[in-house]
Write a protein that binds this ligand. Sequence first.
Ligand SMILES: Nc1ncnc2c1ncn2[C@@H]1O[C@H](COP(=O)(O)OP(=O)(O)OP(=O)(O)O)[C@@H](O)[C@H]1O
Ligand code: SF4
Ligand SMILES: [Mg+2]
Length: 325
Amino acid sequence: MLLQIKNLKINYKSDSRLLEVVRGVNLDIDKGECVGLIGESGCGKTTVGLSITKLIPERKGNISSGEILFEDKDILKLNTEELRNIRGRKISYVFQEPFSSLNPVFTIYEQMRELLKEKDNTGSQIAEILKSVGLEKIIDRKNMYPHELSGGMQQRVMIGMAIASRPGLVVLDEPTTALDVTVQRQILDLIMELKNKMNLSILFISHDLRIVFNIADRVNIMYAGKIIECGPKERIISAPSHPYTIGLIDSIPSFEHRKKLFNAIGGRAPLFSELPNGCKFYPRCRFKIDRCAEKEPELEDVSSGHASRCIRIEDIKSNGIIKDR
Ligand SMILES: Nc1ncnc2c1ncn2[C@@H]1O[C@H](COP(=O)(O)OP(=O)(O)OP(=O)(O)O)[C@@H](O)[C@H]1O
Ligand code: SF4
Ligand SMILES: [Mg+2]
């Protein structure tokens, strides 16, 4: 495995107390694999992504336990110098808002040159990178500033900068959320093309199940700080095994022809300051029984490489309420 996150727990300070917002996450990424991390806003996705290079600001929170093994070394045990060598080189990031990631007062060319400063032949490398992300037409426009590019082109620049050092892992955190639908499609195609060409390993974070199903090989669904279901994409689509995942899938318009379990998942995710006992999905789950509120379910295998955190799933499936599709 290229990356293994083991039992990761992260706290944030909130009103002078600490709230655990990542509550024991396990997640693996193999070389050349695209792994999706999905969940509603605030469930902890970005926090997991940032922790991979220890980017949780110390004033605001801390990683209280766990291991993050990257190429078999625990990132949480590295010193500042070692971390600097990993950030942006071996592990790079692309975030939602390309414009806020670019510096408005420097040209694109200057920013790329800065990134590549230790390397020879910077000019030809910049041209190579721009070409690889479909920006041939701006290769000769060395005095172009970020605001002169569209959002989609800015995101192409960010992706180019993220892959420039041929990183082992790229974390893409909602990379298309700020873009309109046609541009989203083009950026996803570009990511897929680069993944195949460069054998990139990707953590793809999104709240949009459709996008993740398009792009990921394996999928992790997160709810209230924990993974509640994980498995190969095909298994999650054909045999979702947690009531929350089933609700998410049934709310995708293109899956409308399928048997509907929920029109939408009612209610809201609980606040971290008010997590219920037992299963955290309990308040919203139409299959709950009293026992669900006693103890938080473990993540248990439902088939090879596919696991769910629901004590009733076999029961629910065998009653024919949820059918494998
Ligand atoms: N810097 C911070 N200080 C305090 N709390 C924070 C901080 N960043 C995030 N949180 C809290 O941690 C929880 C997880 O946030 P996170 O940003 O990881 O969620 P997310 O799943 O990425 O959400 P979104 O889909 O909105 O991006 C949220 O409850 C959030 O309020
Ligand atoms: S454990 Fe119970 S409350 Fe939780 S998802 Fe399963 S059936 Fe619903
Ligand atoms: Mg986020």
